[in-house]
Design a binder for this molecule. Sequence first.
Ligand code: GLN
Length: 307
Amino acid sequence: MLQETAKAAWEYGRKFLMQGKVADYIPELGKANPVYLGLCIKTPDGKTIEYGDVEERFSMQSISKVVALATALQHLGFDTVFSHVMMEPSGDAFNSILKLDTASNRPFNPMINAGAIEIVNLLAPTFKFEQLLDFTRAICMDDDITLNEAVYHSEYNTGDRNRAIGYLLKSKEVLEGDVLQTVDLYFKLCSMNVTARSLAGLGLILANGGVDPRNGVRLLSAQTVRTVKTLMLTCGCYDGSGEFAVRVGLPAKSGVGGGIMSCVEGQMGIGTYGPALDEKGNSIGGKNTLEYFSRAMHLHIFDSERE
Ligand code: GLN
């Protein structure tokens, strides 16, 4: 059942690829092939189900905001983190500067660029990129994650909007220290090279309450995981989060590299890769695959017709 439904969902998702467009505001991302679509599902008992382009490597982009937030919650604690960022959906594009200057000094949430840059600023004095990379490998169950140098340089060379967000935050005394170093660390985190499989691994750890089901090792506290998943549900797809929550009803985080990482409480982690994006920057193939899969399997968190 799981296997056949996953295949049907992937086939359904492929139908939408031509309606999407690969991101090219970071020039290196523009080289991705819009016909790729991969789906990987991992369950706590060690099963992996996958279709399509699951071995293709791509940059994690905004999905790394989950890693940064989880690390900050673990090491700095809930109160410190949320004295620097809020936990409200912004309703604006992921790279918007609007509300930051008009509605609030604190960024609206850690899943948009302003919030993630603030979180990375909190991590910067304590963590080197290599340590965060190692932790990413552990929570994605993928030792082969590396820095995609080409994407990193491309984003570094074109990342002035993110630098502007950093300077605005600094001018409001929300961000401290060196803006350029902070944004540089943020670019590196966005440029970590994953696969749909690595995203399913991360989803599985979140689905499993922060424990690696292969060995019982706890990587994240239950409270961290609860907070992260809630923010994924309300803010994980930027200004498309409301519609995604209605249609799919699962916590998810997307990135402009084409990945979506999602999870089903206690049951599975799901990773998709499809670089053709909708107008809000969410993978069009991934989002439709997840919608089909969630509906067919009754996985929506408010679905009363459980399997
Ligand atoms: N690195 C990207 C940026 O800052 C991440 C955005 C995204 O994935 N939505 O623009």
